[in-house]
Design a protein around this ligand. Structure first.
Ligand code: SAH
Ligand code: SF4
Ligand code: F3S
Length: 433
């Protein structure tokens, strides 16, 4: 009988992709099969996120839970960003753990499982090993592809540069080959991943030819059977005219973009070291909306950053009104080790930060309701992905809205037009035509 692996994934799309690749490696090299039941698994992997403190604190109670239910002889490995930044401390605090594998070291998964109490967390390792398990699971409609790893920015609140190391772009020919393989295996859409996708190529030197993100997009668009390209996350600072034009002009690129605002106050943006102002952000969003009428925009916002006054917060609310985001991830600032802001006095009391978060989210709900209502009567290209148990199927429109419609099995895996008949806050209801 083949060995079973259970993987729990926290955090962002990057981590989900890392989990996919570790699984592919374990399947092809070590003969593992995935399971959804940790109590049956021979290997339990927790792929962790350390971007905020609270989930990281919960990690240790979770390890305790898995330790109780694991079967005799099963191993527990901690991977990902918390592994990078806590390293051997995890073994000290949680003796149940068998190994620790950092976010930049996941290529070593098939060797570390055979070692005892091993810790691999070198964030300075170069990229060559990282392009491992170029394996995309066959016939997945959406294939994730890393285009860069690490991050060279120094946003004052963010631990990611410390967990994923310095930024390296993956050579163009490797990305194209991975995309081609995914398409040959049945994918219709590719999702390009990086912390700053639009700074792609900045680290290239000979022998790799100088290419940038817009060049990468145009090269990918020439793959005949590739229908859709998405990417996450671009950095608002690098949204220059060349980028905007390439994004708008290329009709294989889905008309949905993530613009992580973080704060609407130029004063706070400066303290955060984001490199742009409120005016720049608003001007870029306005320009994009003019160029692409059906564009949807998503964002990330942090409230309660040190020195955020009520007036600063109102500036964030102002941007919300101006841009009318379609999706928003919002968080209370969480001081993280190894970051600049962790050394500052956190002068916004938690009660005020949570009250601001509630106001922000309340208003955002209304905006999402109104935005989705405006889709009623429109027609959108939808990639139908999931047959549901309630007689509906679910897909994504080309501007990244979730669409549900009466199930037509022959359309699963296909792109077709959908007429939108009704809306909810987080999805649209329509019929395939
Ligand atoms: N590279 C992406 C962000 C990756 S982290 C970018 O530049 O936008 C994902 C999100 O987590 C961030 O956009 C931010 O909103 C949030 N985040 C990061 N550090 C945080 C912290 N210390 N406290 C609260 N939220 C944080
Ligand atoms: Fe973190 Fe800033 Fe890098 Fe994004 S750009 S990963 S927020 S340091
Ligand atoms: Fe992603 Fe969390 Fe790491 S957001 S990059 S898994 S810290």
């Amino acid at each position: 009988m083949s060995k079973l692996v259970f993987i729990e994934t926290m955090g962002c799309a990057m981590n989900e992709h890392d989990s996919e690749r570790m699984l592919a490696e374990l399947q092809t090299k070590e003969g593992y099969t995935p399971t959804n039941s940790p109590e049956l698994a021979d290997l339990i992997l927790i792929n962790t996120c350390s971007v905020r403190e609270k989930p990281e604190r919960k990690l240790f109670s979770e390890i305790g839970e898995y330790n109780k239910l694991r079967k005799n002889g099963a191993k527990i490995g901690i991977c990902g960003c918390s592994a990078s930044h806590l390293g051997a401390e995890i073994l000290r605090k949680a003796p149940a753990v068998d190994f620790v594998l950092g976010a930049r070291n996941i290529a070593q998964i098939s060797s570390i499982i055979h070692r005892d109490k091993a810790v691999e967390t070198d964030i300075h390792e170069d990229s060559s090993h990282y392009i491992f398990a170029a394996t995309q699971s066959p016939s997945k409609l959406r294939a994730r592809i890393n285009i860069s790893i690490g991050c060279d920015k120094k946003c004052a609140y963010c631990i990611v540069p410390h967990t994923r190391g310095k930024e390296i772009s993956i050579p163009l020919d490797i990305i194209i080959a991975q995309a081609q393989k995914a398409i040959d295996d049945g994918a219709k859409e590719i999702l390009l991943l990086g912390q700053n996708v639009n700074s792609y190529g900045k680290t290239f030197s000979a022998p790799h030819p100088k290419v940038d993100f817009t060049k990468l997009l145009s090269e990918l668009a020439t793959i005949p059977k590739l229908r859709r390209i998405r990417f996450t996350s671009p950095h608002p600072l690098h949204m220059n005219d060349t980028f905007l034009d390439a994004f708008a002009r290329n009709d294989k690129i889905c008309k949905s973009i993530h613009m992580p605002l973080q704060s609407g106050s130029t004063k706070i943006l400066k303290l955060m070291r984001r490199g742009y102002t409120q005016e720049w952000f608003l001007e870029r969003a306005k320009r994009l909306r003019e160029m692409i009428p059906n564009l949807t925009i998503g964002t990330d916002i942090i409230v309660g950053f040190p020195h955020e006054s009520e007036e600063d917060f109102l500036q964030t609310m102002h941007v919300l009104e101006e841009v009318r985001f379609d999706t928003m991830y919002s968080f209370i600032y969480s001081p993280r080790p190894h970051t600049e802001a962790a050394k500052w006095e956190n002068d916004v009391p938690h009660s005020i930060a949570s009250e601001r978060l509630a106001r922000l989210q309340e208003r955002q709900k209304e905006i999402m309701d109104a935005n989705n209502q405006r889709e009623i009567g429109k027609t959108c290209e939808t990639l139908w992905e999931i047959p549901r148990e309630d007689g509906l199927m679910e897909g994504r429109s080309d501007n990244a809205k979730i669409v549900r419609a009466p199930l037509r099995r022959e359309l699963i895996g296909q792109i077709s037009a959908a007429k939108i008949l009704d809306s909810r806050r987080t999805y649209l209801i329509g019929e395939a035509i």
